[in-house]
Design a protein around this ligand. Structure first.
Ligand code: AMP
Ligand code: ZN
Length: 110
């Protein structure tokens, strides 16, 4: 399948890894929106949170987010974002959690 995040997960496309386990991979976003901007993905392809498979992946993804927060010392807090579909601003069709940290983030988002 021609999916950029599947290619990152299988090593075809290089990434700057932060955390990896059997189910998930976390790597730095190429276009950071905060001093820390990491993407956490399931290794298995799934389009978005709308895919039923995402329910099973959620536990592993949350674990990886916790490991990233620990590794990158985000003790002051951080934000997780899952852009979904057109209105959600999703540009890559492989489920991913943005983890943003090391600056004070505004609410509501744009
Ligand atoms: P979204 O708009 O929520 O689908 O997020 C996709 C994110 O993937 C964007 O923040 C991009 O900067 C990021 N991105 C796209 N290609 C790569 C890549 N090869 N390595 C790291 N991040 C990427
Ligand atoms: Zn994929």
């Amino acid at each position: 399948m021609d999916c950029i995040f599947c290619k990152i997960a299988n090593g075809e496309i290089p990434s700057k890894k932060v955390y990896e386990d059997e189910h998930t991979l976390a790597f730095y976003d190429l276009d950071p929106q905060a001093p820390v901007h990491v993407l956490v993905i399931p290794k298995e392809h799934m389009q978005s949170i709308e895919d039923e498979k995402s329910e099973g992946a959620a536990k592993h993804l949350f674990h990886a987010v916790r490991m990233v927060a620990k590794e990158l010392e985000l003790a002051d807090g951080f934000r997780c974002v899952i852009n979904t579909g057109r209105d959600g601003g999703q540009t890559v069709g492989h489920l991913h959690i943005h983890v943003l940290g090391k600056r004070s983030l505004k609410w509501p988002p744009g």
